[in-house]
Design a protein around this ligand. Structure first.
Ligand SMILES: Cc1cc2nc3c(=O)[nH]c(=O)nc-3n(C[C@H](O)[C@H](O)[C@H](O)COP(=O)(O)OP(=O)(O)OC[C@H]3O[C@@H](n4cnc5c(N)ncnc54)[C@H](O)[C@@H]3O)c2cc1C
Length: 465
């Protein structure tokens, strides 16, 4: 006699979905993924993957500028030539790369026996889901439903994107020309990353920030480094400048600030936050509680308030990162299907801002320490004294470590450096496994290396108290 399989339906195609679908398939469930826009979701098709690819092109261009400081010249080889980015080709490559990754994800799911439906799903009741696709309407049983429908760029009436000159971050890859004068509204992670990318590509960039400094939610020392680098490289950063409206003016745009000042540009990129895609999914009717902002309320094993309905990713508003979405999805399936499960631990999440230098963080922040949430010592080492940094002409950046007073366990850290996204891993390991600064300091690093600064910071936190 064959055992009956638990039926699982996942709504959405992003990292909150596909990782969960794989776990569910491995645990023996019968899995259907209902996805509207293509596997990989916004993460792969419009947000994370395209933006990081664009940034890598901007960073490559920036290296030409830095080359002269290293004694490298291009005069003889290409007299009079400047490195330029061809927006059409850059964007075509980005979209092709995203499509290929989406295809790979779909193939992987199909190989694992997951049914993939291109369409729109909604919950009819706990245990029942409706799928609307080109081939018609289908109602399916779903003992377990995972909602991972993500979020979409926030749009304001006073600044309506037109897809040509007033753009959301999802529309920029359709551009055939590089924006000559780009006004980026919003200095959070998305605004800062894309302002940095376009500066590297050769656009004249103005960053409009409503706060006292860019990256207001991040480590203040790290944000200061980035703001200084932005200005030094020629970006205009307007702090304490809240956008009131954005309008088209023939061949350009005009951004009006709340205090009446105006900023003109050829294009405007809006990076003013996201809203969850939870409307019209039948959630509240099925007993799923939403927050005032429309996010789905979940616990640490991704359960909603309705039995059998789980949620993961940006639609939950827990922490808008692809890695967190994937973890929430995996946890949901492990819990629903009776596998061993460890509840979501946000203290162990490492995150990165892909500017140059990058900013990577994990664990408790400086703000948490200042507010007394944890009793910790702090050490901050500028990278300027690191031998590898000197060789590589790296002037900006630092390593910061936080260690609990008394026992010396590493509780958090910030790395501001080229490829900080890679360098944060040893700190993440230390935070996750409660290593002490002495254990970190006693571990060999390569000489010369940037990671030497992490061990050195740990050494300076050694205490004999
Ligand atoms: C510009 C930008 C850059 C980013 N860079 C990074 C990064 O470098 N690293 C990182 O970790 N995170 C990054 N993020 C965040 C990351 O993209 C999100 O956290 C991640 O996409 C969340 O995944 P998700 O599965 O919740 O949803 P999504 O990736 O948004 O996928 C949800 C999918 O669900 C589909 N859908 C919606 N409604 C329905 C429905 N009713 N039926 C069927 N399908 C539906 C949509 O088509 C959508 O594609 C970035 C975000 C932005 C905006």
């Amino acid at each position: 006699m064959t055992e009956r399989k638990t039926s699982v339906v996942v709504l959405g195609g992003g990292p909150g979905c596909y990782e969960a679908a794989l776990v569910a398939a491995h645990l023996g469930a019968s899995v259907t993924v209902v996805d509207r826009d293509g596997l990989g979701g916004a993460a792969v098709l419009t947000d994370c993957v395209p933006s990081k690819t664009l940034i890598s092109v901007g960073d490559f261009m920036q290296r030409f500028e830095a080359a002269t400081e290293l004694g490298v010249g291009f005069e003889a080889a290409h007299a009079g030539e400047e490195a330029t980015a061809d927006a059409s080709r850059v964007n075509a490559r980005i979209l092709a790369l995203a499509a290929a990754q989406s295809h790979d994800i779909e193939q992987r799911l199909l190989t694992e026996g997951v049914r993939v439906c291109r369409g729109v799903g909604r919950v009819l009741a706990p245990g029942r889901v409706r799928i609307e696709s080109e081939s018609g309407t289908e109602d399916v049983d779903a003992e377990v439903v995972l909602v991972a429908t993500g979020a979409t760029p926030r749009v304001m009436d006073s600044a309506r994107p037109d897809g040509e000159r007033i753009l959301t971050w999802q529309q920029i890859y359709a551009l055939k020309e590089l924006p000559e004068r780009l006004v980026v509204v919003g200095s959070g992670v998305t605004g800062a990353e894309l302002a940095h990318a376009y500066l590297g590509l050769g656009s004249d960039v103005t960053l409009v920030s409503s706060r006292d400094r860019v990256l207001p939610g991040e480590d203040a020392d790290a944000a200061e480094v980035i703001e200084n680098v932005f200005r030094r490289r020629g970006m205009t950063v307007l702090n304490r400048s809240r956008m009131a409206s954005v309008e088209r003016t023939g061949d350009g745009v005009v951004v009006t600030l709340e205090d009446g000042r105006t900023v003109e540009g050829s294009h405007c990129l809006l990076a003013v936050g996201s809203v969850p895609q939870t409307a019209g999914l039948g959630l509240e009717e099925a007993g799923v509680e939403l927050t005032a902002s429309g996010h789905i309320q979940v616990d640490r094993v991704s359960r909603t308030s309705a039995r059998g309905i789980y949620a993961a990713g940006d639609c939950t508003g827990v922490l808008p990162l692809a890695s967190v979405a994937a973890m929430q999805g995996r946890i949901a399936m492990a819990h629903a299907l009776g596998d061993a499960v460890a509840p979501l631990n946000l203290r162990g999440v490492s995150a990165n801002i892909f500017t140059d230098p990058e900013i990577a963080t994990v664990g408790y922040s400086q703000k948490d320490i200042d507010e007394g949430k944890v009793d910790a010592h702090t050490v901050m080492l500028p990278l300027a004294t690191n031998p590898r940094a000197k060789m590589q002409n790296v002037h900006d950046g630092f390593v910061k470590l936080f260690a609990r007073k008394g026992i010396g366990t590493v509780v958090g850290g910030v790395v501001v450096a080229p490829r900080a996204s890679e360098l944060i891993y040893p700190v993440t390991l230390a935070v996750q496994h409660r290593l002490t600064v002495d254990q970190l300091a006693g571990t060999f690093t390569v000489y010369p290396s940037m990671s030497g600064s992490i061990a050195e910071a740990a050494r300076r936190l050694h205490t004999t108290e």
